[in-house]
Design a protein around this ligand. Sequence first.
Ligand code: HSE
Length: 302
Amino acid sequence: MSLKFKVSVPATSANIGVGYDCLGVALDYKLELEVEESDRIEFLENGEPFSIPIEENYIFEAIKYTEKHLVKNIPSYKVNIIKNDIPLARGLGSSSSAIVAGILIANTFAGNILDINKIAKLAVEMEGHPDNVIPAIFGGMVLTAHDKNNLVYSNVLNSDDLYYYVMIPDFKLSTEKARSVLPKSYLVSDVINNMAKLGLLVNSLNNGEYCNLRFLLGDKIHQPYRFALINGSEKIFEASREFGALGEYISGAGPTLISLNYDNEEFLNKMRDMLDTLPDKWTIEKKKVTLKGAEVYDVTDI
Ligand code: HSE
């Protein structure tokens, strides 16, 4: 008997302005894989050889990392990526989704030895910060806090009327580079400003109150330092304000930018026209939070 199953993991948008390294949301993009036991380890993309070299393959890394925490060895396997519309290195958690997929693959082969909290801990250990991997696992918007011994997470409700207008340029920005421009220390007043806004932001989203959203997204910890890495970002924020969005933020480490707004085709079209005037081939899509986190399904013994 050998095992065959599918794994699906959503994309995520981390930070949401003032929630640097602790707040993230799952959005309806998807990484979807078919996995089966095989006589050798193989990665494919719609049946074709996988374009990412093995040393940059986070799915493989996560399977290896998870294996160390399992009491039994897992068999060799074939992973076929059947869908992946999560843009790579754009601030939408593509590496986190791959890490979560890898952990779930190893755990499924091991007979689900690891419970969901252990899965979450391994994912945070691997990624280094929880704001992408935790919403990728659980879905929805999630606030997290962690240290060496603790990992706490809790869902933040998002009303159904809030839309994420996701604006993606054609250049990549590595998290490493986007973190390298941040200061090593901060003014107490800036930290307090972020803390207060984060509390109020979560409360506002929970209550569906958006009147102060732009002010509450106004981060002082990472965004001011990252705008210079994202050509056109300040112009795009300005246009989003002018066209009536509720607020804007840099998604994760960038370069993707997100405007929050109600369902508004006119806003979408105006932003698209504005983005078309910029270099870097920006695209815009209207997305919603997905409450569905990572899942393993269609598990069969063949
Ligand atoms: N919180 C992280 C950052 C997200 O902004 O650097 C990127 O993975």
